[in-house]
Write a protein that binds this ligand. Structure first.
Ligand SMILES: Nc1nc2c(ncn2[C@@H]2O[C@H](COP(=O)(O)OP(=O)(O)O)[C@@H](O)[C@H]2O)c(=O)[nH]1
Ligand SMILES: [Mg+2]
Ligand SMILES: [Zn+2]
Length: 296
């Protein structure tokens, strides 16, 4: 039996990449097809490769066992992800900072590292970038500025992607596929203008696929998370998913402080100092959203 990783799943067939990089088309044992245990892209598995001696020359391998998962993302379904690369553009379309925070909360919840990539810097003036850097003072995640068009920042992006399994997430049209094509010119992923995508209906489902990078590592290019609700999140845990609050934990006067109206709140005292004000606003609005969920 060999060990491998599922890099593609479609129509009941799984493409499994073994340790030497060879791909095998496999089917799964019945018990691995259904329910909670159903296989997905990113899974580590044990499989029996197709027997080259067998009469049925086109026979497929059989996946026998699913190995434990480290984490998992939904829509697209991917597992064992090292990091989430949140991709946004500064213009066409402009950056949705609240959506960025939403995705970052998700990555924290799943125990994934994350970084932010702001693309299309070629469309932004130097003044705008300077203004932005004030707005992003004390932003708690690494930010890489790129242009898939001019190639600016690509080396830094490659450095981050090397030898990791990354998921590219972000709205349609920000340049996810263009960035991947620039990182690895042979990929030839389909890219499109914002308007033509909207016409075609941008929520067309597509299977997640792990793309191996020549620099080492792999990337899942997603059509963007279409539904990102907090239904599985409790209000009491929200603050745990804002890593910039970590150093202040236990320092508020009230032990169960929610950092909203309580007096002598260590978090609120740090807003505009070590805490980024925009991030705190997102915390507040997510908490409101979760409170409503829990009432109904
Ligand atoms: N000016 C500029 N346009 C870009 C850049 N990156 C992507 N685009 C364009 O933005 C559109 C959407 O790109 P695409 O890669 O399909 O975005 P995706 O939906 O996130 O995969 C295409 O027309 C690209 O040519 C960039 O860095 N600068
Ligand atoms: Mg794309
Ligand atoms: Zn507090």
């Amino acid at each position: 039996m060999l060990q491998g990783k599922v890099v593609k799943a479609a129509g009941g067939f799984f493409t499994v990449c073994d340790d030497s990089g060879k791909e095998h088309i496999c089917r799964a044992r019945g018990t691995l097809k259904r329910g909670r245990e159903s296989l997905m892209v990113g899974d580590h598995v044990l499989f029996e490769p197709a027997d080259p001696e067998s009469a049925d020359k086109d026979g497929d391998g059989i996946i026998e066992k699913l190995l434990p998962r480290v984490n998992r993302l939904h829509r697209p379904s991917v597992t064992n992800v090292d990091q989430l690369a949140v991709i946004m553009s500064l213009r066409h379309p402009g950056c949705d900072w609240q959506l960025v925070s939403r995705m970052l909360v998700m990555s924290e919840k799943e125990g994934m590292a994350a970084f932010l990539c702001l693309n299309k810097t070629d469309l932004t003036s130097k003044d705008e970038l300077e203004e932005l850097s004030v707005q992003l003072d004390n932003y708690p995640y690494k930010i890489i500025y790129t242009s898939a068009l001019t190639g600016a920042g690509l080396d830094r992006l490659k450095e981050r992607l090397k030898d990791k399994c990354s998921v590219f997430a972000g709205p349609s049209g920000v340049g996810k596929s263009s960035l991947l094509n620039a990182v690895q010119p042979g990929l030839s992923l389909q890219t499109g203008t914002v308007s033509s995508k909207i016409k075609r209906g941008r929520h067309t489902t597509r299977q997640a696929e792990l793309l191996a990078l020549e620099i080492g590592g792999s990337v899942v290019d997603t059509p963007g998370f279409t539904r990102l609700d907090f239904s599985s999140l409790g209000a009491a845990q929200l603050a745990d998913y804002f890593p910039e609050f970590d150093l202040l934990r236990g320092q508020c006067d009230f032990r169960d402080c929610r950092h909203i109206t309580e007096p002598r709140c260590a978090v609120r005292e740090e807003i505009g100092r070590s805490l980024n004000p925009m991030r705190y606003e997102h915390y507040k609005s997510f908490l409101e959203e979760l409170d409503k969920q829990e009432v109904y």
